[in-house]
Design a protein around this ligand. Structure first.
Ligand code: NAD
Ligand code: LMR
Ligand code: MG
Length: 625
């Protein structure tokens, strides 16, 4: 156990290391946890144009002459055979041209145009698409993922060309169990499903929300090395309450108001039953469901299906890692975390998820008993659209109730029910101001000025709402009001700030993308039937631990996105270790539960690494059906 884990008082005997295991097993050749699919030819049952139109097999101009003969492709392609590197070079030149040509630099229409070009590549050649994405993840994640994916969802009815993923609608009730067989893949490892009801901070986008499921799965492939032939984006279309979409003749979804209550649950139940019947080993990530349903569905399914909610659980883990980073950045020991005063703006699925996880982490550090849990509660002040939440709040949301401040207590602090964010910050003088409100600019100049009273030596600001225009403040705003001695993180990417004195104000991206790919991959490779709190906690700790002391002291508390494949590998390994520890790991393919238990830390990482898909063209051979 690392000293880091010890400080957190975590599950103790996590790994029984069998040091001699790797060499002995390799020498005996008794098993292989290295999958060597790489050089075997892939059998195809298609020829000619059918192959060129099939993104799973298409190589475009990279088909060799012998392959062109074998697969009846002669004459269907320009004669010059290109290497995959040449293909990428040509493609990138095209993309760059667009950037150079844009008169006023990168802008929304420009980002959308880049998305279109990448999407077309995705349609015609998946291998090349993911090669580009992995090689240039820092450049293109903001296009295929947050923030541009938000714009894509808003415009999806216009952008839609070739369908991607599956749509289950309220009109399909009773049919889902058979419909699910229309998907061509016999194996699906990962589903990201949304009902489009709360896409980023953009509200109800109905069926257009499928874009977010596609974007998340792009990261599953690029960061976690999930095989793109085994991922499935899903939209559950139960209608929309977005009046504009209801009236838009070009809208692609059901033009009726959202189902609610039992009827809604029945649709989601039927979908879950259908996908787990066809693919019993699939993992389902719930994404961007409105808070009203996010918690209920999570509670309903998490003990019977392999599923998690990214907005509630992934975000919580990323925030915990960030909060622990903020403690370290002050040069304090982690055990000081329970002393932090934290103001959270936003009490939706993300805010409440963070609050619950932060409270549990503090309680664990304080002795993990009821008293510790109760006393941790008093470290949080929660402000929502109606102001500070106290026990006096009428019709209080049951999920927010545990964080409602006691009236007496806040009276002493000079606060009252519904107090404004600015007042709360001024009176509480918090160490951390964390926004998951979806309200752009909420951390106004006045709020940031109030934070100057913070009792912390290095206050932290987490403006976590997405996309960019919904961020509670920009890093420029934060650094210009509060000076350089702060920690800053945002949900969407911003550039670092030049502070003008030769110093840089670091802008961290605090986004659940640093956890969900590793949670999914670790769950898959462990073979755990559920995703436990312990597995999620292990993922969060791994992320927190990833940054070095030196980086953290510089204010860098999250890794740059260029390291996302590496951090994902580590997170997946941490999740597997925890699943083994909790006796949940049932194994994956040739790696059964007993074999898994024999792996030491290094072997688990090798096992993960060897099961991460990389975009390389396989040699194709034709075989008649
Ligand atoms: N960075 C990340 O990884 C990450 C992860 C999940 C969600 N998010 C973002 O968090 C935001 C919220 O997501 P959610 O699912 O919790 O949404 P939600 O709609 O369920 O919750 C929003 C909350 O903000 C509150 N709010 C609204 N106006 C406010 C105001 N003026 N002051 C204070 N609070 C206010 C609402 O009352 C509500 O409690 C979205 O923008 C989403 O993109 C970011
Ligand atoms: O999608 C993201 O970028 C993060 C998060 O899941 C969100 O809903 O904002
Ligand atoms: Mg989300």
């Amino acid at each position: 156990m690392s000293s880091f884990s010890r400080q957190l008082k975590l599950s103790s005997s996590l790994i029984k290391r069998l040091q001699h295991r790797a060499t002995a097993a390799a020498a005996a050749g008794e098993r292989s946890f290295t999958t060597t699919e790489g050089h075997r030819p892939t059998i195809v049952h298609k020829q000619g144009l059918d192959i060129l139109h099939d993104p799973w097999f298409n190589k475009g101009t990279a088909f060799s002459m012998t392959e062109r003969d074998r697969l009846d492709l002669r004459g269907l392609l320009p004669p010059n055979v290109m290497s995959s590197d040449q293909q990428i070079e040509r493609f990138m030149a095209d993309l760059k041209r667009l950037e150079v040509n844009a008169r006023d630099g990168p802008s929304d229409p420009n980002a959308l145009a880049m998305w279109r070009i990448l999407n077309r590549l995705h349609d015609r050649n998946e291998t090349m698409y993911y090669k580009v994405l992995i090689a240039k993840i820092a450049e293109y994640a903001p296009i295929v993922y947050t923030p541009t994916v938000g714009l894509v969802c808003q415009n999806y009815s216009g952008l839609f060309r070739r369908p991607r993923g599956m749509y289950f609608s309220a009109a399909d009730r009773g049919e889902m169990m058979s419909m699910v067989y229309n998907w061509p893949a016999d194996q699906v490892d990962m589903i990201v499903v949304t009902d489009g009801s709360r896409i980023l901070g953009l509200g109800d986008l109905g069926i257009q929300g499928i874009g977010i499921a596609i974007g998340k799965l792009d990261l599953y492939v690029a960061a976690a090395g999930m095989n793109p032939q085994r991922v499935l984006p899903v939209m559950i279309d139960v209608g929309t309450n977005n009046e504009k979409l209801l009236k838009n003749p070009l809208y692609l979804g059901l033009q009726e108001h959202r189902l609610d209550g039992e009827e809604y649950v029945e649709v989601v139940d039927e979908f879950m039953e259908a996908v787990f019947t066809r693919w019993p080993n699939v993992i389902v990530q719930f994404e961007d469901f409105q808070s009203k349903w996010a918690f209920k569905l999570l509670q309903r399914y998490r003990n019977i299906y392999r599923m998690f909610n990214d907005d509630v659980q992934g975000t919580a883990g990323v925030a915990i890692a960030g909060l622990l980073g903020a403690v370290r950045a002050q040069g304090k020991p982690l055990i000081d975390f329970p002393k932090m005063k934290i103001v959270v703006a936003g009490a939706g699925s993300a805010g409440i998820g963070v609050l619950n996880a932060a409270r549990k982490t503090m309680a664990r550090m304080l002795g993990n008993n009821e008293y510790a849990f109760e006393s941790a509660r008093s470290q949080f002040w929660v402000v929502d659209a109606k102001g500070l939440i106290t026990e006096e709040r009428e019709n209080i949301d049951p999920d927010a109730l545990p964080f409602a401040r006691k009236v007496k207590e806040i009276g002493r602090q000079g606060l009252m029910e519904g107090a404004s964010l600015e007042e709360v910050v001024r009176q509480v003088k918090p160490d951390v101001l964390l926004g998951l409100s979806a309200v752009g600019g909420l951390f106004s100049k006045e709020v940031l000025e109030a934070l100057k009273c913070s009792t912390s030596t290095r206050p932290a600001i987490f403006a976590m709402s997405n996309p960019t225009k919904n961020a509670e403040c920009t890093p420029e705003e934060a650094f210009s009001v509060l000076g350089e001695n702060i920690i800053f993180a945002s949900g969407s990417p911003f550039k670092d700030v030049d502070l003008g004195n030769g110093h840089i104000g670091h802008c961290n991206q605090g986004n659940n993308m640093y956890l969900f790919p590793g949670i999914g991959l670790g769950t898959l490779l462990s073979g755990s039937r559920i995703i436990s709190d312990g597995m999620l906690q292990a993922a969060a700790e791994c992320l927190a631990e990833y940054m070095t002391e030196e980086e953290v002291l510089k204010g860098i508390i999250f890794p740059p996105i260029s390291r996302i494949r590496d951090i994902t590998k580590e997170v997946a390994a941490a999740v597997i270790k925890e699943a083994i520890e909790e006796d949940l790991a049932e194994g994956y393919r040739e790696m059964d539960a007993r074999e898994l238990q024999k792996l030491n830390q290094e072997e688990i990482e090798t096992y993960v690494q060897n099961n991460m898909w990389s975009p390389e063209y396989p040699t194709l051979v034709y075989k008649k059906d």
